[in-house]
Design a protein around this ligand. Structure first.
Ligand SMILES: Nc1ncnc2c1ncn2[C@@H]1O[C@H](COP(=O)(O)OP(=O)(O)O)[C@@H](O)[C@H]1O
Ligand SMILES: Cc1ncc(COP(=O)(O)O)c(N)n1
Length: 276
């Protein structure tokens, strides 16, 4: 049986993030990847120079074409651009009973370009989050969702718990890649019952373009294969860690992670700790 995963996201012409990162990740992890493109960005390792949103009707037709013929064992969302597109996608996902939805609430690129209109955040939280099995914000996205700062919380675990409630009681994976000066990078999963910490050593690099997309796509691929959420995140972080470690020089700015790095490297530096 062929396992299939779908990404609903924006295109990154530079090939490091968005649809391109998702499809590379699906392929690397042995899952057949399909895509619904929400917007086309003119982008490279230095930044975004143009964004062209795809008409809602074309988004709907892409989704229907895939789901009615090929199907999807899991679906992830990335850049959704605005309110209108989020509403259309939420409607499609619920009408077609997508059960394994992972939402990466992409708001701004690493280089600082906005990928989501400011007035769309509320729709994302109210309409799309409730349909997900996991939401994966980084710290700036978590701050925007909570209208609070990282400093308002003692521990990252406390911020993840607050996020769980702000996201309507959906499991959240709060990614700690933006923690200043940390020697180890910790992400926290809060499921409503348990907190799980995923820790890996910080790699000294600026080539982290596409980390969030690659991480969520890898989680989606493992979920599509039937791996449980806690382990899917662990395996995805292992995949991502070597991809960051072995990023190749591409472009003049923040280079992309190396999606096929796991083929040569099986060394795992990732640690998982379940808190009760
Ligand atoms: N320099 C780094 N070294 C090791 N892991 C990193 C590094 N930068 C990011 N990561 C990992 O990449 C993942 C995504 O991180 P983060 O930067 O928080 O999200 P986003 O890519 O969405 O901004 C996290 O698991 C984080 O630990
Ligand atoms: C089309 C698209 N989607 C998502 C991202 C976020 O990726 P990153 O935060 O790694 O720049 C991006 N840069 N472009």
């Amino acid at each position: 049986m062929t396992i299939k995963a779908m990404t609903i996201a924006g295109s990154d012409s530079g090939g490091g993030a968005g649809i391109q990162a998702d499809l590379k990740t699906f392929q690397e992890l042995g899952v057949f990847g399909t895509s619904v493109i929400t917007a086309i960005t003119a982008q490279n390792t230095l930044g975004v120079t143009d964004v062209h949103p795809i008409p809602v009707l074309t988004i709907e037709e892409q989704f229907k074409a895939v789901i009615t013929d090929i199907g999807a064992d899991a679906v992830k969302t990335g850049m959704l651009y605005d309110k209108e597109r989020i509403e259309a996608i939420a409607d499609l996902v619920s009408r077609h009973q997508v059960t394994n939805l992972i939402v990466d609430p992409v708001m701004v690129t690493t280089t600082g370009s906005p990928l989501l209109k400011e007035d769309a955040q509320d729709t994302l939280i109210k309409k799309l989050f409730p349909l997900a099995i996991l939401v994966t914000p980084n710290i700036p996205e978590a701050e925007a969702i909570l209208s609070k700062k990282r400093e308002d919380f003692d521990k990252l675990e406390d911020m993840a718990k607050a996020l769980y409630h702000a996201c309507g009681g959906v499991p959240v994976l709060l990614k700690g890649g933006h923690e200043a000066r940390a020697e180890f990078m910790t992400d926290v999963l809060f499921t409503g019952q348990t907190s799980v910490l995923y820790t890996s050593p910080r790699i000294d690099t600026t080539h982290t373009h596409g980390t969030g997309c690659t991480y969520a796509a890898a989680i989606t691929a493992f979920i599509a294969q039937g791996v449980k959420l806690e382990s899917a995140i662990f395996k995805a972080k292992e995949f991502l860690h070597v991809a960051i470690e072995q990023a190749k020089p591409v472009g003049e700015g923040a280079g992309p992670v190396h999606h096929s790095a796991h083929r040569e490297s099986s060394i795992s530096d990732v640690n998982m700790e379940v808190l009760t």
